[in-house]
Design a protein. Structure first.
Length: 281
């Protein structure tokens, strides 16, 4: 079956309603029912609870508390690199931005302007720059950390669809990451302006940042922006910046000539929080 045929049912599913329902279930304090759900999830997706700061499944009062669990100290050491991987996951794609075109999958590109909610001035800063798209599977740790030191400038909520973001969907839905709901975070860094985008998906109940808290819901109908210029919200490399309440994808943008990717990186390769994303310092 072709990827386009495989994703056809997603066009027909009531994705907004399913996502709202999943969010309610994930936030419910269901006692033993919640514990059974978490135990099933751990078995189904082979979640490594030995890495969790709290490995006791029965102690989580909601599914979201489990899903956004913290890691034990020391299990994700930070590499000595100018840029480190911000999440656990798998590399979807990475590399050069061709003028304003980001490679999604074979036969599919999308523009930086579309990803950034139509902000052509912001997108122009990444002309011929670099990008990295990393997919977080259900089994992964779902907090997002800073790849380098950065001072927050803006946050932009962009409404959109809620397609799945798994590899099959990336191959089958044109412009996927510029179609789905997303939260665009803009930082000033030693490498120039950096964008770290949290991309929503089917049953991703919400996305949150460390400085704002839960961004969605509510799911707004238009692009919404928050400015942090002058507030000096600075996050250090490796510091938590956000989290997915049910998982998804991050897309990072860097300006031209600002970095060189780790030569060991390859599409589909599993990656871990804190490993070198760029060449050594």
């Amino acid at each position: 079956m072709s990827d386009r045929l495989a994703v056809l049912p997603q066009y027909l599913l009531p994705k907004q309603a399913l996502t709202a329902f999943a969010g309610r279930v994930a936030n419910a304090r269901g006692g033993e029912r919640t514990t059974r759900l978490i135990r099933w999830f751990v078995r189904r997706y082979q979640v490594n609870m030995a890495e969790a700061a709290n490995p006791d499944i029965a102690s989580y009062d909601t599914f979201n508390a489990f899903f956004t669990r913290a890691l034990r100290d020391g299990v994700r050491p930070q590499a000595d690199a100018a840029l480190t991987c911000p999440v656990d996951g798998a590399i979807s794609q990475f590399g050069h931005i061709a003028q304003d075109q980001i490679f999604q999958a074979k036969g599919h590109h999308y523009s930086t302007t579309a990803l950034l909610g139509g902000d052509a001035s912001l997108a122009a800063q990444f002309a011929d720059g670099q990008f990295a798209t990393i997919y977080l599977s259900p089994r992964d740790y779902h907090r997002i950390h800073m790849p380098c030191d950065g001072t927050l400038q803006r946050m932009i909520y962009v409404p959109g669809a809620l397609f799945s973001v798994n590899p099959t969907t990336a191959r089958g839905v044109p412009g996927l990451f510029a179609r789905n709901e997303r939260v665009v975070c803009v930082f000033d860094t030693a490498h120039g302006t950096m964008v770290l985008t949290l991309v929503g998906a089917t049953v991703v109940g919400s996305m949150a940042t460390s400085w704002h808290g839960v961004v969605n819901p509510p799911r707004r109908s238009e692009v919404t922006e928050w400015s942090y210029t002058g507030q000096q919200i600075t996050l250090k490399q490796g510091e938590e910046m956000g989290r997915f309440l049910l998982g998804s994808t991050v897309v990072l943008l860097f300006p031209q000539h600002s970095m060189a990717f780790n030569p060991a990186w390859q599409p589909s390769k599993p990656v871990r929080l804190g490993e070198a994303m760029s060449t050594p310092r």
